[in-house]
Design a binder for this molecule. Structure first.
Ligand SMILES: Nc1ncnc2c1ncn2[C@@H]1O[C@H](COP(=O)(O)OP(=O)(O)OP(=O)(O)O)[C@@H](O)[C@H]1O
Length: 347
């Protein structure tokens, strides 16, 4: 499959600008576009697929311009597979006919359908079933099989797991990623779920307000966020003002160790797993907070506490046996080295 390159894409709906000069290179592998609702992810995919024209900019596939540079290739000539959120399958056709739909007549033979079912880890017996006889996860696997059957140059997946429940979402996501990798696909996976983006993709592009804040591998994105906004969005860091003097900074959570030395006003990005919560009196730490909300997940829980005179809310992740009561006062300590951004850096 080929590399997809998007350059300077701009798109407005009426007076509202939705894409603001977007640049992105999608190499072979899985690239995830991660962003909150309404930031322009689907608009980007629809332009790449050819369902929508940009106001400016270009999309290239390998050496071929798909749009921009004076030409517009129609959607059906772009060799792009599209997997939408849900409801992609034709309800009156069985799985075999759904998968074969995009194939030239001479290729609509059993072996190709069987090969695609095997690729997406469905039994060959699924071929005779109709979409309403499949689970949501199985339907999405068939939708991917249909998109891949015609050997597209690029596969676009628009929140393909968002209608599935949590456990099915994880299993289906892994199966889809395995199938894409087995085909050596160039895939663009749109999601607003950071866990999905970080766990499935080779490259993650974080989008906000019609532009990319950072494009990096999952671990680089998590460990070295480019801006406070990326740190807050990926990994749910709390941003706290502090005063840095070299290796440490003084904040409302006490003196914390910095990942890289800094001097003067900084914005700390503190992740929930870095905040230790203990009952007051049990080795009280440098800061005291009041528990305002607890979300219990079983394997762990997140505890939101209000700290200091201005009531800054700090989130901590605690083990299931260490969950404090809402309204109680707790001692807070930050462990490990913390990421610091210069105060005033754009988000
Ligand atoms: N055809 C349209 N006409 C006018 N505004 C539109 C149109 N399509 C989308 N928008 C607006 O453009 C913005 C971006 O929409 P888009 O669907 O690209 O976002 P998204 O990131 O995919 O959101 P979601 O995750 O909720 O699907 C939104 O504010 C949306 O309301």
């Amino acid at each position: 499959m080929s590399e997809l390159k998007v350059t300077g894409l701009t798109k407005s709906y009426g007076a509202t600008r939705v894409l603001n000069g977007v640049d992105l290179t999608v190499p072979v592998g899985i690239t995830s576009v991660l962003g909150s609702s309404g930031c322009g992810k689907t608009t980007l995919l629809r332009i790449i697929a050819g369902f929508l024209d940009p106001d400016a900019g270009s999309v290239r596939l390998g050496t071929r311009a798909l749009v921009g540079e004076g030409r517009t290739v129609p959607a059906h000539e772009r060799h792009i597979g599209y997997v939408p959120q849900e409801g992609a399958l034709f309800p009156h056709l069985d799985v075999r006919a759904n998968i074969a739909f995009g194939l030239p007549r001479r290729e609509r033979k059993n072996s190709k359908v069987g090969e695609m079912l095997e690729l997406v880890e469905l039994p060959s017996s699924a071929a005779r079933r109709f979409p309403h006889e499949l689970s949501g996860g199985q339907q999405q696997r068939v939708a991917l099989a249909r998109a891949l059957a015609s050997d597209p140059a690029v596969v676009l997946l628009d929140e393909p797991f968002s209608s599935l429940d949590a456990s099915l979402r994880e299993d289906t996501g892994r199966a889809v990623a395995r199938a894409l990798r087995a085909r050596n696909a160039t895939a663009l996976l749109v999601t607003h779920d950071q866990g999905e983006a970080l766990s499935l993709a080779d490259q993650v592009a974080v989008m906000a307000a019609g532009r990319f804040l950072q494009v990096a591998s999952p671990d680089e994105l998590y460990l070295s966020p480019a801006t406070p906004g990326v740190a807050a969005f990926v990994g749910n860091a709390v941003l706290i003002q502090a005063d840095a003097t070299g290796d440490t900074a003084t904040s409302s959570l006490g003196v914390v160790r910095l990942r890289t030395p800094a001097t003067g006003p900084v914005l700390l990005a503190i992740r929930p797993e870095q905040v230790q919560v203990r009952p007051i009196g049990d080795a009280t730490g440098p800061a005291v907070g009041r528990v305002v909300e607890v979300s219990y997940f079983g394997h762990d829980a997140t505890v939101r506490t209000s700290v200091g005179d201005h009531g800054a809310v700090v989130t901590a992740r605690v083990t299931a046996d260490g969950v404090p009561v809402v309204g109680s006062r707790v001692s807070l300590t930050v462990s490990g080295a913390v990421i610091a951004f210069p105060a005033g850096q754009a988000t």
